[in-house]
Unconditional design. Structure first.
Lengths: 259, 324
């Protein structure tokens, strides 16, 4: 049985005097535990709405989300709120997603206490130090504020915060798009290592197909609210079958005369 | 004689935290109709290089400390604002990364796109409007007669970038500076915009300076590539040559760290550390602390290495620890 199951998931937004916008229109997917699923598509294709629907931030218009055998779509709001710790997100812009007035310590302490409210004192310090080490941050920076870090380091803080509540599913929404090439590879290696070590399940959203091919086990291509193609990532990149996937692949700039 | 020749350009910013040496001795040239790329990470000085040539550096805190940029026997760096105004937007134009912030949201496209025609060519209102409609048509905007009366927010990102290109090329400039023109766009739109720039360039014979951090994009559009690091050009070569035979340790490390060059499952190479803080003076080779692919202990420590021609117009900083 798959770990996360989406069954005919639909999220529509009503528009006055007009047809509703079908942002997510009948998506069915299965993700295994420990898998990284790459989700690609252009802006407006519905990938962010899909991730928000899976996270239960938007109520679906139809369909079901089943995580680890539990149907999330059947829970009432307070239950959903309790379950929300199981899903964590990593966003594109580490400058905007951290609270500028909170130190690394308070950011991570808050995130850890959501799952373990009793954590304090040396135990808390130790848990934070462990988290920081895990994502490759020096614990000496524990009292520093976000503005004192570079973009790559900030993304590491955001990743540490996402890991703190021991999530079952992590959705990374363009986590490396805002980073420089040399920093991008550091974060990709980190995410790959974390998924393997902690047996995380991840949905990795990106418009950069070379990044997705590298990190994801399988790739789902989304177009106008529907998954038009799903396949093992090398396979899909080498032998795309849907016209839209072919168009998307043809558009990626490639390095000529590869060494 | 090249169309544009930049020699030893130095642009520094005098801030409270010291002197930021954003561009520290950059030289390159551009021939008529050529596309030259400048690639580098944030803070490497690629945008400041181009802004300096057009007098777009806020002074203070910025200051052009030295060098020259000769265009048609005029030194752009000291020719004075009046002269520069006659060149900027007419003979040299620029497109930026984000078309939403570079178009005025309060003005109709028509007002903005005909401005250079009024200013630089003294065209009448009617003629300028006709010209502008033709320009929009040429960059592939459907129904240009109606679309031209709309406001920027009524256009999508890709369409706005088309408007910017039409606007930049409407005076048939000799040089177009494109600063990350596709970074904010989707891949399929990016391809359309790159194709459009190439097509318009062929028709008008414009030379292009293309700034980006994306190695794949630059490999597709440029004839020659300059790799920038910490305010210097560390390597320059013809595009095919650079990717086939990168010689500077930074270029090699950069190419090794992009996923496109890796088989699946391989660990990505990561360049250790961070780019240097250019507010501190850098003596010697700027890449030395991060150099793993070359021999760090052989890097220069007493002076910044100079670019030298290693044959076939392949220029590399002459640092014994980085050069391979």
């Amino acid at each position: 049985m798959s770990y996360l199951q989406l069954i005919d998931l639909k999220t529509h937004f009503p528009v006055k005097n007009s047809e509703p916008i079908r942002a997510v229109d009948g998506v069915s997917l299965e993700i295994q535990k420990g898998e990284i699923l790459g989700l690609v598509g252009e802006s407006g294709c519905g990938k962010s709405t899909l991730s928000r629907t899976v996270m239960q931030l938007i109520a679906p218009t139809g369909g079901r989300v089943i995580l680890n055998g539990e149907e999330l779509t059947s829970f009432n709001p307070s239950e959903v709120r309790r379950r929300r710790l199981d899903f964590q997100m990593i966003f594109q812009d580490p400058y905007a997603s951290l609270n500028p007035r909170m130190t690394v310590f308070s950011t991570l302490a808050e995130a850890l206490r959501t799952r373990q409210p009793e954590l304090k004192g040396t135990e808390l310090n130790q848990a934070i130090a462990e988290l920081m080490e895990r994502v490759g941050l020096d614990w000496r920076y524990i009292r520093n504020y976000p503005h004192e870090f570079s973009g790559g380091q900030r993304q590491r803080i955001a990743i540490a915060r996402a890991l703190a509540p021991q999530p079952k599913l992590v959705i990374a929404d363009e986590p490396v798009s805002a980073l420089d090439v040399s920093i991008q590879s550091q974060i990709l290696n980190l995410l790959k290592g974390l998924v393997a070590d902690l047996n995380l399940t991840m949905i990795f959203i990106s418009h950069d197909l070379s990044v997705v091919r590298y990190i994801a086990d399988r790739i789902a291509v989304m177009h106008f609210g529907k998954i038009v193609e799903l396949g093992e990532s090398e396979q899909l990149m080498e032998n795309p079958s849907h016209d839209y996937t072919k168009e998307l692949l043809a558009a990626i700039p490639r390095i000529r005369d590869r060494a | 004689m090249p169309l544009l020749e930049v020699t030893d350009l130095k642009t520094h910013f005098h801030t409270r935290n010291g002197i930021v040496r954003a561009v520290d001795g950059v030289s390159f040239s551009l021939e008529k109709g050529q596309t030259v790329g400048i690639v580098g990470e944030s803070g490497s000085g690629k945008s400041v290089t181009c802004y300096s040539m057009l007098g777009l550096i806020p002074m203070p805190p910025g200051k052009i400390e030295g060098g020259s940029a000769i265009f048609d026997s005029i030194n752009l760096l000291n020719c004075g604002e009046k002269k520069l105004r006659q060149i900027r937007g007419k003979r040299i134009s620029m497109i930026f990364q984000d078309p939403m912030t570079s178009l005025n949201p309060y003005l109709r496209i028509a007002t903005q796109i005909t401005e250079p025609l009024h200013l630089h060519m003294g065209m009448s209102k009617n003629r300028a409007l006709k010209e502008a409609i033709r320009a929009l048509d040429e960059v592939g905007i459907p129904e240009p007669e109606t679309r031209i009366q709309m406001y920027p927010h009524e256009f999508s990102g890709g369409m706005r970038q088309r408007v910017m290109i039409a606007m930049a090329l409407i005076t048939k400039p000799e040089i177009l500076i494109a600063d990350e023109p596709t970074t904010a766009l989707d891949v399929t739109v990016q391809k359309q915009i790159l194709d459009l720039i190439k097509e318009r360039q062929r028709e008008l014979g414009t030379a292009v300076v293309f700034i980006t951090h994306d190695l794949a994009v630059i490999s597709e559009v440029c004839d020659e590539i300059n790799v920038m690091y910490a305010g210097n050009i560390v390597e320059r070569a013809e595009t095919g040559q650079l990717f086939k035979n990168p010689r500077h340790a930074y270029t090699r490390a950069l190419l090794k760290s992009i996923p496109a060059m890796h088989a699946k499952g391989d660990e990505l190479y990561t360049i250790p550390g961070l780019p240097p803080d250019v507010s501190q003076p850098i003596n010697g080779c700027a890449f030395r602390p991060r150099n793993e692919l070359g021999e760090r202990n052989k890097c220069l420590t007493d002076q910044r290495p100079k670019l030298k021609d290693t044959g076939a117009d392949h220029w590399v900083q002459d640092c014994p620890g980085c050069l391979a």
